[in-house]
Write a protein that binds this ligand. Structure first.
Ligand code: SAM
Length: 245
């Protein structure tokens, strides 16, 4: 049976996620563009604009589930090559692609790649000025644990930004989106990446993720304050923001 259409245990879930991203690492960026019809670029640009990293050295961001570095590279450029990004991912294949991309763009000196689990961050308390995670948190088996870890490693005054697929809040668009994600995306996965299964799993994980309001409550529960969110493209994605005060 298809991955996502049966209930999976926590350990098993991480295993499936790892398998998915190991398979797609080489074509991940291309697939992202096709499946989101390029929208992920606009959403990530907007995320980084909202973060507005300072243009001074010494500011550190931890980009969890950072994959191939897409968000981190934007942050570094937005800071006019001042910010330092730690790109953490559980998957070495994704990080490998990211490392090559950083080198090609001349960004290696501003980056560090760490293979680790979002639920168990290998950093001391109060290390980072910001914590970002884009399209990663819904893959983490215990989201509450990941959010507590985020809170722990942030400095007081630090900020969390979470970009994730969310609940479409526009009539008609929600139907179009359902058709696109359940039918088209796995088929494109088949054609371009040679396997539709991983994408079926990913689409299913989007459907299971809490809506905007419920996710905001989870962020608050981890200790964050002034939690707000913005919808993108009618709620296809949402960006949540919170502060460790
Ligand atoms: N942030 C990147 C972007 O927006 O292009 C990559 C997003 S990709 C959809 C999700 C990433 O989450 C994958 O690289 C995967 O390996 C990573 N991931 C899944 N579970 C994780 C975990 N428990 N801890 C850290 N990273 C994880």
């Amino acid at each position: 049976t298809a991955y996502g259409f049966r209930e999976v245990g926590l350990g098993e879930k991480q295993g499936l996620v790892n398998e998915v991203f190991h398979k797609v690492a080489g074509r991940y960026d291309l697939m992202n563009d096709i499946m989101s019809v390029g929208l992920h670029r606009v959403w990530k640009d907007s995320m980084v604009a909202w973060l507005n990293p300072p243009k001074r050295p010494g500011w550190r961001v931890l980009d969890v589930a950072g994959g191939t570095g897409d968000v981190s590279f934007r942050i570094i450029e937005a800071s006019q090559r001042n910010a330092h990004a730690t790109i953490l991912d559980i998957n070495g294949s994704m990080l490998g692609v990211g490392q090559d991309r950083a080198a090609k763009r001349g960004l290696s000196e501003y980056t560090e790649f760490v293979e680790a689990n979002a639920e168990e961050l290998p950093f001391e308390d109060e290390t980072f000025d910001a914590y970002t995670i884009a399209f990663g948190i819904r893959n983490v088996p215990r989201i509450d644990v990941a959010l507590s870890e985020a809170y722990r490693v942030l400095k007081p005054g630090g900020r969390i930004l979470v970009l994730e697929f969310s609940e479409v809040e526009m009539p008609v668009l929600d139907k179009v989106y359902e058709a696109w994600s359940f039918n088209a995306i796995p088929r494109i996965g088949d054609l371009v990446a040679g396997d539709g299964e991983p994408y079926r799993y990913l689409v299913e994980s989007i459907r299971k993720f809490p809506d905007q309001k419920n996710f905001a409550a989870m962020i608050e529960k981890a200790g964050f304050e002034r939690v707000t969110w913005r919808n993108y493209s009618g709620g296809i994605a949402a960006l949540h923001s919170g502060w460790k005060l």
